[in-house]
Design a protein around this ligand. Sequence first.
Ligand code: NAD
Length: 499
Amino acid sequence: MTSATGAGPTRAENERRVARLLDTEWGMLINGQLCQAASGRTFDVLNPFTEARIATVPDGSTQDVERAVSAAHEVSDAWGRRAATSRASLVYALADAIEDMAEDFAVLDAVDGGAPVNVMRNDVEMALDSLRYFAGLAREIKGYTVPASTDLHFTERQPYGVVGKIIPFNHPFMFAASKIAAPLVAGNAVVLKPAEVTPLSALLLGKLASTILPAGVLSVVAGNGPTVPDAIVRHPRVPRIGFTGSEATGRSIQRAAAEVAVKNVSLELGGKNALIAFPDADPRAVAHGVVQGMNFTWSGQSCGSTSRLLVHDAIAEEVLANVTPLVESRQLISPLDPGAVQGTMVNRRQFDKVIGYIDGAVEQGAVVVTGGGRAAGVEQGLFIAPTFLDNVAPDSPVAMEEIFGPVVSVIRWSDEEEAIRIANSVSYGLTASVYTNDITRAHRVARRLETGFVWINGAGPHFLGLPYGGWKNSGVGVEEGLDELLSYTRSKSVSVMLS
Ligand code: NAD
C-alpha cells in the first residue's frame, strides 16, 4: 500500500515499521559482536516529535573504547594488506545490504532525529552513493615515480591503521554510512561514534556490518556525553581522527589530540553561510534559492545552510515578498507522514536555543518577516516556524553565530564591496552563494569569498566527487571526493639504488 500521493509507504505503515524496529535490544558493535556497555550503563533516546522515550541504548565508557580500539588495531594490519579491490568488494556488499534495508534506516532517522521520512530516504540514497563511489576509487590509492636520479624513486600510500570517526546528530545515517567509506576502502579499521541524540541508525548499521565485515574492521560505540569520543581522540593507537560537528567540539578535539600525540585531525565544522543577491538577479529565483539553501527540510539543522541573506536594496522587498508564501505554505506534521516537508528541532535544548536567538534579535530591533517562534497551530513536535528576520545588524549574534535552526538573517546592502566585506566578516567559511546574471561579477565575487564552496545561481546541493570542506573556523580538510579517500592514507617514499 502506498500513500495518497503514491510516494511511498503511508504514515501508518511507517509507524508499524518503526514499532517493529524499536522492539529490540540495542547493542554496540565491538570486535564483531553486538554487546552492551562494559559498565552495564544505558541512556534513553527520545523522539523529538512526541518527546517520548523510544529506545534505551548502551552508554559506553573508556573500557568499551579500549576494547574497540584493541580489536581495530589487531585486525588493521591484515585489513590494510588486503588488495584494495578486495576491501572495496566488501564495501560494495555493505552498500547492497543497506539498500535492502533502506526503508528501515529512513524511518529510524525520522523518528530519532525528527526529519521527514521522505528526505531521510534520500539520505540513505546518498550514503549508498558514497559507499559505492569510494569503493570504485579503490584503484586510485596509488603513488607515483619521480625521476630524481638514475635510481628508482617512487611513492606509495599506506593506511594509518585505526581511524576514529565522530559524527553529529543531523543526517545520522548518511554520516554514519558515508563517512566510514573512505577510511575503510583506504585500508583502515574504523571506530565510529554516533551522536548521542541520534544513535539508532548507526547501531543498526553496526548490526548489519557485523554480518559482512571481518570482526574489528568496524566498531560502533555509543555514549552519552564526551567520555567515549574523548577516549577515541586520546587513544594512542588512533592516529587519524575524522570529525564532523560543531566548531567548539572541533577545537577541543584538536586540543585533546595534541595533548597525546601528533595526530592527523580533519574537521568538518559549522557555518554561517551568505547568499548574496545582486540587483540583476530574478527575485523569485533568489527566494527559491534561499529557501532551498536554508535547508528548512531539516529545520535549518544543516552545516551548509544559507542562514544570511545579503540582498541588494533594489530587490530586497520583492525577494521577501516571494519568500513568505513559499515558507508559510509548509505543513508541519509528523516526520513519519509521507507528506512531511519540514522536520522538528532535534531536541528541546536545540529548540530553546533557537527561540532564544530569535527573541534576542527582536529585542535588538530585528523585524520578523515571517515565522518568529514556535509554529502556530501545530499540535505536536518541536517545530519552529521558518523564520526570516529583517533589519538585522551585520555584527549581531543572529548574523554572526551559527544558530542551527530555521532562521535566516536578512542584511541589505547597496555596494558590492560592502556585500563582500559583510559576507567575509564571520569567523566561519563553509559555503556561500552568489545570485547574478553578470558572469564576470559572479566569478569576481566567488573568488573573493572566504569559503570552501561557492554556488553561483544555486544553493544547497553537494556533488559527489567535488570536494566539500570549510575554510577558517569551518574546518580542516575536504571530503566527498578523491582527496577524502587519500586523506586516510600516508605517503611513503621509496628509493631503490640501482647502481
Ligand atoms: P557536536 O559538536 O555537539 O557533536 C558532534 C559529535 O561530537 C557528537 O558525536 C558528540 O558526541 C561528539 N563530542 C561531544 N563532545 C566531544 C568531545 N569533547 N570530544 C570529542 N567528541 C565530542 O555537534 P552536533 O550538535 O551534533 O552537530 C551540529 C554541528 O555539526 C553544527 O555545528 C554543524 O554545522 C556541524 N556539521 C558540520 C558539517 C560539515 O560538513 N561541515 C556537517 C554536519 C554538521
